[in-house]
Write a protein that binds this ligand. Sequence first.
Ligand SMILES: Nc1ncnc2c1ncn2[C@@H]1O[C@H](COP(=O)(O)OP(=O)(O)O)[C@@H](O)[C@H]1O
Ligand SMILES: [Mg+2]
Length: 226
Amino acid sequence: MNKLECQDICKSFSVDDESLSVLENINITISENDRVAITGKSGAGKSTLLHIMAGLDQATSGKIIFNDQSLSLISNSSLSKIRLVNFGFVYQFHHLLDDLTVEENIQIPLLLNNSLDKDKKIKIKEIMQILGIFNRKNHLPWKLSGGEKQRTAIARALINNPKFLFLDEPTGNLDKENATIIQNLLFELSDRYGIALITATHDNEFIKSFKQVYRLFESKLGELNE
Ligand SMILES: Nc1ncnc2c1ncn2[C@@H]1O[C@H](COP(=O)(O)OP(=O)(O)O)[C@@H](O)[C@H]1O
Ligand SMILES: [Mg+2]
C-alpha cells in the first residue's frame, strides 16, 4: 500500500530580511484511497503545504517520506521520476498550455516519460469521456468554459495513473453547478482507480463530503472532527 508521510514539516519564507513562518511541525500520513481536505483561510499555507507534499517545493526542515524513502535525500531527477509516476497535481488556475489542444495537454505527462502508446491513447479517450470533454478534444483551452478547463487539468493529472492526486482549490473558480460536477467526478475517479485525494479547499459544500478534514491555523495543522 502506497503511503505518503509529512514528518515535522516546517516552512518559512524570507521576506524583506524577515522570516515568515508559514508551516510549523506539520505531521500527517496519507495512504492510498484516503480522501483528505485541507482547509484554512486565504494565506494560511494550504498551497505551500500541498506543494511540499507533492515534492514541488522544499520544506525548511522536516521530512517527506514516500513509501519509506525520504524525498529530501534523493536527486532532483529521481524526485521528478517519482512525482511523474505517483503524483498528479491540479493547480488552482489549471495551467493548461494555450497552444495545445485538450487532447495534447492531456498527453504531456506521457510524453515526458516517453510512454504514449496505443493503450495510453485508449486511456486518454476513456478519461476524456468520463470527464465529459471528449467532444472538446481538438479545441484550444481558450475555447473552453472554466469547468471544462478544470476537467482537462484533472485528466492531465490522472493520465499516468497516479496514486495520489493533489488539488489546489479545484472548485475555487467555478459556479455552484460546475463545482458539484467536479466534486462528484473526483470521488468517482478516486473510487474507480483507487486514488488518494488531497484537496486544499475552503468550499464548505465540498468539505462536507470528506471524512478527513484538516485545518491550517496559525501555521499548525489540526484535524477537524465532526
Ligand atoms: N514564494 C513565497 N515567498 C514569500 N512568501 C510566500 C511565498 N509563497 C507563499 N508565501 C506566503 O505564505 C503564506 C501562505 O501562502 P499560501 O500557501 O499560498 O496560502 P493559501 O494557499 O492557504 O492561501 C502567505 O502569507 C503567502 O504570502
Ligand atoms: Mg492557495
